[in-house]
Design a protein around this ligand. Structure first.
Ligand code: PAF
Length: 285
């Protein structure tokens, strides 16, 4: 595996690959790779000649310095996984390489409407950090395809909108959330859960699934009541809820009677760990 830390060397490599007409796929990550990332890499291999994985813990997308500092760093283990999966190139710049003048007054990219609601309201500035680093990575790597997990559903919609509105010639491919057997979504943050929290965490997805089933049984009626019961259940189980609600799955607006494709988005805390998850519901007439 070619490990590239330097932008200049990356640009040289990309030029070479483009000259050879290679189809390039980018899997952007913040490291601490888990099964979800591995599945993204395997998916990428089906679409492209060269898979480039980026590892960069992007300070701009953390609205909490402590969260940034304690983000798990497992570089050696990540390299081992990437080699095992036969990834061709790892791009892993340091902060100075990506933000040479620091973060203050840095040029940024914003997808305002989608970025200021739901998770974006709970974490001000988070999505500006995501869209800015994604644009930088897209500009540097110039991928034909880029791969994202559906667990970060709002992030996925924002990236798709950004690609469309800024005319990036990149196809965004998404992968359904990869879960442990108990239903808990793979996430780098799961590492922060203590053993009691690990036992409780699967209740999040169980509750989301149950809520979906009730909404379907009720044919989309009494949704506020159903959501409220689920929230109370999670609170009793020890979760602190930032977001647990139903949205239009295409616009993320509040739902109306006409919406048939809706989504439950959840963003909750278990102790000091933030967990997010979601599930789509298609309502029949
Ligand atoms: O989902 C993530 O891990 C990050 O938000 C991403 C897309 C790598 C940007 O830093």
């Amino acid at each position: 595996m070619n490990i590239i830390k330097n932008i200049h060397l990356l640009e040289k490599k990309i030029k070479e690959l483009k000259k050879k007409k290679k189809v390039i796929g980018l899997v952007p990550t913040m490291g601490n790779l888990h099964n979800g990332h591995i599945k993204l890499i395997l998916l990428a291999k089906k679409y492209v000649d060269i898979v480039i994985v980026s590892i960069f813990i992007n300070p701009m997308q953390f609205n909490n310095l402590l969260d940034f500092k304690k983000y798990p760093k497992t570089f050696e283990q990540d390299c081992y996984i990437l080699r095992k999966e036969k990834v061709e190139i790892l791009f892993c710049p340091d902060i100075h390489e990506m933000y040479p003048h620091g973060l203050k007054n840095y040029t940024y990219v914003d997808v305002p409407k989608l970025s200021n609601i739901i998770e974006g309201r709970a974490r001000p500035g988070h999505f500006i950090g995501v869209t800015t680093i994604i644009c930088k990575l897209f500009n540097l790597v110039q991928p034909n395809f880029s791969f994202f997990g559906e667990k970060d559903y709002q992030q996925l919609l924002i990236v798709k909108k950004l690609v469309k509105e800024l005319n990036y010639p990149i196809k965004i491919i998404s992968l359904p959330t990869i879960r442990l057997e108990n239903g808990l979504a793979f996430s780098s943050r799961n590492k922060h859960l203590n053993s009691l929290e690990q036992e409780k965490a699967p209740y999040l997805y169980k509750t989301i699934e149950h809520t979906c089933n009730v909404i379907i049984q009720n044919k989309g009626k009494k949704i506020p009541k159903t959501i409220n019961i689920s929230r109370q259940y999670l609170i009793k189980k020890g979760f602190y809820i930032d977001i647990f609600d139903v949205y239009n799955s295409k616009t993320l607006n509040p739902i109306s009677k006409e919406n048939k494709s809706i989504i439950i988005l959840a963003s909750v805390w278990l102790g000091n760990t933030r967990l997010i998850d979601n599930k789509k519901i298609i309502l029949k007439n």
